[in-house]
Design a protein around this ligand. Sequence first.
Ligand SMILES: [Zn+2]
Length: 415
Amino acid sequence: MLNPKRTVAELKELRSLTGDENGAQRVAFTPTWAKARKFLREKVANISGAEIHNDAAGNFWATLAGKSEKALLIGGHIDSVPNGGWLDGCLNTLAGVEILRRIAEQFKGKPPVTVRLVDWCDEEGARFGKSLFGSSACSGKIDMNETRKLKDKDGIRLVEAVKEHGIDFEKVKDSGKELKNAAAYIELHIEQGPVLLDLNLPLGTVLGTFGVERHAITFRGQAAHSGSTPMNRRRDAFLAAAKMASEIYEIAKRSGGGVCTIGSCTTKPGIVTSVVEECRITLDQRHLDAKALQRMLDEAKSAGQKFAKEGNVDVSWERIWNIEPILFNNQLIEFCDQSIRETGAKPHRLPSGPLHDAAEVARAGVPTVMMFVQSLHGISHNKIEDTKEEHLELAVTAFDKLADKAMVWISGRGD
Ligand SMILES: [Zn+2]
């Protein structure tokens, strides 16, 4: 029988094993992460009939072979950021363990479809600065050339660090074969934001992950003495950049659900006695709708032109990174709503701002959905990250119902 209280107890067990007074310390490819993985392996080893292995990218798989090879995948990540929260990622994994137990017991080790738990390797990218290592290797979307060059702050190469954990970097894409019979992927996660909290709802259905457009914008004017240059003779690069700050709020407001952030600003010469010659800002824009995201970018570009013209400065754009919005599966979204409703809660649909492993699985073509549970304070990646225990238990219960619906769906599908 499903025992959501056991999941909460195991989360606390994991916290005391791998956290300290500053929070969770399960950074991937560190000894504490290895300890967390050992803890997970021991829990899963007690489930009768579960086959356990790590794939070529270091993702941990526990498989209950079913009557059909078609598989329901339940995913999470036990790694954390340094000084992280006690729930981010591991709630997903440990809820998955509990569901695997329930299914193994109910079907005497042979469910109608294959059920697999995956603990993704290095979701956070905290040590090497690139997230979704294991899931992007599995989806085949990992940028091998870029990832091969990564080093941590001590100059240790990712390639060397992963080797210590049994991973041959050049072979990580071999993990893709794990998705061969994948028929659906579900993932439970804390929201990490304030939306469900503000609505006073415990659970939500995730529609997909935001597309992202990330650019550096450089305005170029002319350095000039701050005393001798009259205000009407200035070509002030900072002034043009500063106008962008309030404009992006208008752009976001018009976009219907998008967000925009200017996250950094550097000036040259950057001294107190000179008009700014060069001002570089970064702009991060996110939206669930690809067309709306493009519109936000277009509007930002024309605003930049306008402000540059007004201030008699030049402007140039450089794309830092982008990813398209990734939409989850409509049928699974429906099942997720139903599962939430069956626990007595009111479902609410929302996009995910952060990227998740689920996005990589969806990109690989596997029908996917995520369920969110409310975050207290709307905060994550911080030791104060928390969720009410009753909500955690409710989440495990609802997520288990989703697993059931997905299994029935998979076995009824002719593909
Ligand atoms: Zn996470």
